[in-house]
Design a protein around this ligand. Structure first.
Ligand SMILES: Cc1cc2nc3c(=O)[nH]c(=O)nc-3n(C[C@H](O)[C@H](O)[C@H](O)COP(=O)(O)OP(=O)(O)OC[C@H]3O[C@@H](n4cnc5c(N)ncnc54)[C@H](O)[C@@H]3O)c2cc1C
Ligand code: SF4
Length: 328
């Protein structure tokens, strides 16, 4: 499949990039690693007149530990750099674990953390060629007005399928977003809408520039577990991140983030109430698994059945809690 025609823009600074975004808003797409954007453009899911290649902006790269114990990560930092960073492995291990499961080594070299956060949602009926989609009469997410997954409904249920966002949510991450109007900083938790089509709160003229991890979650134990069809290279079909702080054998704080089973990655509500102050054991881990399964609502958007994906959220959560508690 060939690419549609577009004009390539190569800014050298954030200011230049946002001025292009402002000028061509609505008809421009940001290219970071391109590992998701390019295949999607080949499938004619996006046909922008302009593509903004931000890879020449050095200020967007890097992992910078802060004096207070937190860290800031440039949006263009490769997934490979995140996976390999000794600092992140020591201080924010759940992020390193999640990064290490993404795609394949080649794609991790190209793919970026900003692209992973902004990743388009996925569905069996959407990530297909133009001819394939046309044959099915299209759907709400692109060019049509019906949903093949939930017929009769008006909502798109395509699943958010990035691996690092559930880990970042567990770490209380915030992101910086820049446009010609200025800079805003938002908790990652507020970035996603929960809708499969309009899935992120990012205006067409905005660029994600930095990710911040606070000192308060540094040192939390971290585990990431993922279900995928091919172990060597694949998007998650269910993913669970756990970050846990332990004191004297008790759980002081714990968070569970899930991905690939809803239109947005999410933190499981009620985890702190269930786990804080308790001594971890198998029964407690099982209860956490039940809680996580309750929040996962997969539909037939992927090759595996919704029932199996939901069950794997339960199983992975239990295993991840056991592993984080050193009981596996
Ligand atoms: C075979 C295959 C397997 C894959 N497996 C996985 C997997 O297991 N897990 C996983 O999470 N992903 C997977 N991916 C998807 C992808 O490789 C990763 O998500 C990667 O991190 C995307 O980053 P990128 O820089 O390549 O994004 P791009 O493709 O460049 O961009 C993705 C989207 O984000 C937008 N964007 C990028 N950067 C910014 C920014 N700074 N500000 C605003 N918008 C931005 C782009 O406009 C585009 O809409 C897979 C891809 C392929 C082809
Ligand atoms: S969930 Fe429905 S509307 Fe959304 S991409 Fe799939 S088929 Fe299309």
């Amino acid at each position: 499949m060939s690419l549609p025609e577009f004009k390539l823009l190569r800014p050298r600074s954030i200011e230049e990039a946002v001025s292009y975004l402002d000028k061509y808003a609505g008809n421009i797409r940001i290219l970071a690693g391109g590992t998701d954007l390019i295949p999607s453009m080949r499938q004619r899911l996006f046909e922008p007149e302009h593509v903004l290649d931000v890879r020449g902006i050095a200020a967007l790269r890097g992992i910078r530990p802060q004096a207070d114990g937190g860290v800031e990560i440039g949006a263009l930092t490769s997934i490979r750099s995140i996976e390999r960073s000794e600092f992140l492995r020591q201080r924010f291990p759940v992020l390193s674990e999640a990064a290490a499961t993404i795609a394949s080594p080649t794609l991790r070299n190209m793919g970026t953390i900003g692209g992973n956060i902004c990743l388009d949602t996925r569905c069996l009926w959407y990530n297909q060629s133009l001819t394939w989609r046309k044959g099915c009469g299209f759907c709400i997410k692109k060019d049509g007005d019906l949903c093949h997954v939930a017929p009769g409904g008006t909502k798109c249920w395509a699943a958010f399928s990035g691996d690092t966002p559930p880990a970042l949510l567990c770490l209380n991450a915030e992101i910086e977003i820049v446009s010609a109007k200025g800079v805003r900083r938002v908790p990652l938790q507020d970035f996603y809408t929960g809708l499969g089509d309009n899935y992120r709160k990012l205006a067409p003229n905005e660029l994600v520039t930095r990710i911040f991890l606070p000192a308060s979650t540094a040192g939390y134990r971290g585990v990431y577990r993922k279900l995928r069809v091919r172990g060597s290279i694949d998007y998650p079909l269910a993913g669970v991140a756990v970050a846990m702080k332990r004191t004297n054998g008790h759980i002081e704080d714990a968070r569970i983030g899930i991905t690939a089973v809803n239109p947005a990655p999410m933190l499981i509500p009620g985890v702190s109430e269930l786990l804080a102050g308790k001594t971890p054991d198998e029964s407690l881990a099982e209860q956490a698994g039940d809680l996580a399964a309750q929040s996962s609502k997969p539909l037939t958007t992927s090759a595996l059945t919704p029932e199996y994906r939901r069950e794997m959220i339960r199983v992975f959560t239990k295993r991840a809690i056991m592993a984080a508690a050193g009981l596996d």
